[in-house]
Each structure stands twice: as structure tokens, then as C-alpha cells.
Ligand binder design. Structure first.
Ligand SMILES: Cc1cc2nc3c(=O)[nH]c(=O)nc-3n(C[C@H](O)[C@H](O)[C@H](O)COP(=O)(O)O)c2cc1C
Length: 434
């Protein structure tokens, strides 16, 4: 029976929060980790259970991580640790930092331990001497740089790419109330759009607010979370708490994300594949018909956009395509997919679109549904066609993705109307939200 005396639980929980790394290290050496994947919700459930707060039905939960027959605070500690490990297993996290006298470097090393991420030290091409940092001298190098918003001190070497990092902690000392200009050099050296940036700093006493404002201005297409200022004597457990808090924010952000995935095959002669749908030209831009509908959905739902592309080609003219596509279908062949969705698990809602080809979905879509498991996700289908509409594709997708919530309310756009369909698409989206 899963019971625990609530006596002292609150105190133990507090101790657990403060001394997580210590207690976890002890527990870790004794017990093997569970294979179960835990979420923030599990952590909250167990926490609530331990302080006798109301919880959902937990009877099917495996929260006895240390295997002693009761759920207790040690299970909670193990669960938090496992959660942090699971979240960082993908190594999608980078801790980039600049530090002259070592304070920020110490915090960065704690962050590395807590996130399991990679680290990158921003080393100036010309190192700062003690004289350079002597802020009592108004003309010292650091002061001069901070007084010049355009100063961009050179970085000795940069990482080749930061593309595969989704989350980037950026650390620095506060200089005259702001991030040192070399941080601006770093921010301008890469494309941070779509990344999550988490600033952190050390300082004598100044806060991080102005630096966060500056970073948000410099990286308008990134999600810059509220960061934190640490004192030079901050402990590892303070950093562990910071990381847990940020992971929770990230999980919430990522959970609410939606994706628009589409396949479109516009031909050179302005015919969109076998649907015979003209390529849509809207505001002077040329789109495949399905591509245009996808772009309107993405823009109006703030979704990520994914274009499904295939290896090889069906040809570039209408007559080539009308030969190769039916042949592929007759032979029961599927194209090899060239593009792949990154981190499907972050999306709860997926809008999926395709043209109708001979009263059916293109073979590429069958390959697509074979590749991905949309269990637990909501799928909204959209389509462009020369008059056949979905032609049974909604039921087909239901069969291919039996554990997804495939809604009946799909949007089918007639090829002649694609370039003027924006309002219809928005009305459809409104009807889904209602
Ligand atoms: C040029 C310069 C300006 C500074 N300005 C501030 C400031 O405005 N506010 C503050 O609290 N600390 C300020 N400091 C102190 C540093 O932020 C603090 O010592 C920091 O922890 C150093 O980090 P590091 O060891 O990683 O270089 C300044 C230090 C220098 C060298």
C-alpha cells in the first residue's frame, strides 16, 4: 500500500529541495534508476501526494523508484534527478559563458552538471588584463567598451555551429549594469532564431534585467526566458533549482507548440502536380497550392512549418508526373523522404496537408505516416484538390494513426480558389478553436 506518514514530510521535502544533489548522489549509488520516463506532472503529483494534497488517480503510477514499497521523499529526489537526466539526454543544451575573474565560470560549471549540456567559454581574442578591468579608471578598456554601444570585442574562436542546440544558457559578469560587449559579439555571430535563450550573470550587486532587455532586442526571433543573477558564492543547489524551474518553463512552452506539416509538388509550368491546381501567386510570391494553405495556417496559429520533401523527382512537367506517380502507386512503392521532423514530441497539435492525387493521398504521405507515430496528438487535415476534396483521406489517416485524435473537420480548398482562400482558412481555424 502506498502510504506515508505526513509527519515531518514538509520539512523533509524542503530539505530535499535544498539538498537535492547531495541526497541524490547518495541514493544514486544505492538504487538503479527506473526505466519509466517521468514528466513535470509526475513530479508535481508525487509532491502533492507526499504533502497529502489532492491528486488525480495515481493507482497505475510507478513512483516507487527506490523499490522499498512506499512512496517517499527519496523517490521524489530520484524522480527529479531522473527527469533532469532524461531532459538533458538529447544534449540539446549549450552553456556559453564569458568570465574574466572566474565567478561566472563557476556558475557555468554547475550549470553543465545540472543540465548535462555542453559548455563553450567565450574567450576574447585579446585577453583582458587587470588594468583593462580596473573600472575605477574611466579610460580602462572595459569601461571604454561599455561606453560604446558599437564595440564588438573579437572572440578568439567560435563553435562551428550552434544549430543542434535548442536551449542556450548565456552567462556573463555584469559590467556597468549590462552584459559585456563581447556577449553582443557572440549573439551577432550566430542565428539564434527559434532557440530558447536563458541568460545568467554574476555581479557585485546589480541585477540582470537590463541585459535581458538588450538580449531580447538583439534576438527578436528567440524565446529569451527570464534569467537570473547569482552572487559569486552561489551554491550548486541554487543552480539546480534554477535549472529545474527553467526546464519546467521549457516543457510548458514546448507542450503548447503546434506544427504544420505539408507536402506540395508544384511544377515548373505553374501546375501543382496531379491536382492540376495552379500554383498560387499571392502578394507577388509563388507558392505550391498546398504550400500556400500551410503558410497561412502556420502564420495564424504561430506554428512551426515543416515541408515534406522526397528524394528524387516525379519529373518537372505535367506529362512526366502523370506517368511516374501512377506507376509508383501501381507498384506499391513509396518515395524515400528527404526531410524529417525534429523533435515531434514537442508538438501536441499537428496540421497536416497534401494535394489529392487521383482521389487519394500521395504515396509520400503514406511514407510520412509510416515514419511518425502521432499517438496522443490532435491532427487537423487540410488539402487542395481539383474537385475530389479529401476523397476518403480523413478515414485513411484515422486508420494509419489509430491512436491520434484525427478530427473530421478538415479543410479542403478547391484549386481555383487557393490564392483567395486566406479568409476561409482563418474561418476554419476559428471553427477549430470554438
Ligand atoms: C568593468 C567592470 C564593471 C563592473 N560593473 C559592475 C556593475 O555595474 N554592477 C555590479 O554589481 N558589478 C559590477 N562588476 C563586478 C562584476 O560583475 C563581478 O565581479 C562578476 O562576478 C565578475 O565575474 P567574472 O569573475 O565571471 O568575470 C564590474 C566588474 C568590472 C570588471
Amino acid at each position: 500500500m502506498k502510504r506515508i506518514s505526513t509527519l515531518f514530510t514538509g520539512i523533509i521535502l524542503m530539505l530535499c529541495a535544498v539538498f537535492i544533489p547531495v541526497s541524490l548522489n547518495v541514493s544514486e549509488s544505492v538504487h538503479a534508476y527506473s526505466k519509466t520516463v517521468y514528466t513535470i506532472e509526475d513530479i508535481r503529483n508525487l509532491q502533492d501526494f507526499l504533502v497529502a494534497r489532492e491528486t488525480p488517480d495515481l493507482s497505475d503510477k510507478d513512483y516507487d523508484l527506490d523499490g522499498n514499497g512506499v512512496w517517499n521523499v527519496f523517490d521524489l529526489c530520484l524522480m527529479k534527478r531522473q527527469f533532469l537526466k532524461q531532459s538533458s539526454a538529447k544534449n540539446d543544451t549549450l552553456v556559453a559563458y564569458f568570465s574574466c575573474t572566474g565567478n561566472t565560470k563557476t556558475i557555468a560549471s554547475y550549470l553543465k552538471t545540472e543540465t548535462g549540456g555542453d559548455t563553450f567559454e567565450i574567450i576574447p581574442a585579446v585577453p583582458y588584463t587587470a588594468d583593462d578591468l580596473n573600472y575605477n579608471n574611466s579610460s580602462c578598456r572595459a569601461n571604454k567598451e561599455q561606453n560604446d554601444p558599437n564595440a564588438r570585442p573579437e572572440i578568439d574562436r567560435l563553435p562551428e555551429s550552434i544549430e543542434h542546440y535548442d536551449v542556450i544558457y548565456i552567462g556573463f559578469p555584469i559590467w556597468w549594469g549590462e552584459e559585456p560587449r563581447i556577449i553582443d559579439t557572440f549573439l551577432e555571430s550566430f542565428d539564434f532564431s527559434e532557440k530558447i535563450i536563458i541568460p545568467f550573470c554574476t555581479s557585485g550587486s546589480s541585477g540582470i534585467t537590463s541585459s535581458i532587455r538588450n538580449i531580447r532586442t538583439k534576438c527578436p526571433d528567440s524565446t529569451v526566458l527570464d534569467g537570473r543573477r547569482f552572487s559569486s558564492s552561489a551554491s550548486q543547489s541554487q543552480i539546480a533549482d534554477f535549472v529545474s524551474e527553467k526546464k519546467e518553463e521549457i516543457e510548458t512552452l514546448q507542450k503548447n507548440k503546434s506544427l504544420v506539416a505539408y507536402f506540395s509538388y508544384p511544377l515548373d509550368n505553374d501546375v501543382d502536380s496531379l491536382a492540376s491546381a495552379s500554383v498560387a501567386i499571392v502578394d507577388g510570391k509563388r507558392y505550391g497550392s498546398t504550400e500556400y494553405v500551410a503558410s497561412v495556417i502556420a502564420e495564424n496559429t504561430d506554428s512551426d512549418l515543416f515541408q515534406l520533401e522526397i528524394e528524387g523527382s516525379y519529373g518537372t512537367t505535367y506529362s512526366e508526373v502523370t506517368t511516374s506517380v501512377p506507376e509508383e502507386k501501381r507498384n506499391g512503392e513509396y518515395p524515400i523522404l528527404k526531410t524529417h521532423i525534429k523533435n515531434l514530441e514537442q508538438y501536441d497539435t499537428v496540421y497536416i496537408g497534401f494535394p489529392t492525387w487521383w482521389s487519394s493521398m500521395p504515396q509520400a504521405m503514406y511514407a510520412f505516416f509510416k515514419e511518425y507515430d502521432f499517438s496522443g496528438k490532435t491532427i487537423y487535415l487540410f488539402n487542395t484538390s481539383g474537385g475530389s476534396g479529401f476523397a476518403g483521406s480523413i478515414n485513411e489517416v484515422k486508420k494509419l494513426e489509430p491512436n491520434a485524435n484525427v478530427t473530421e473537420n478538415g479543410l479542403s480548398v478547391y484549386w481555383m480558389s487557393v490564392d483567395s482562400s486566406k479568409q476561409d482558412i482563418i474561418s476554419w481555424l476559428d471553427s477549430l478553436a470554438a
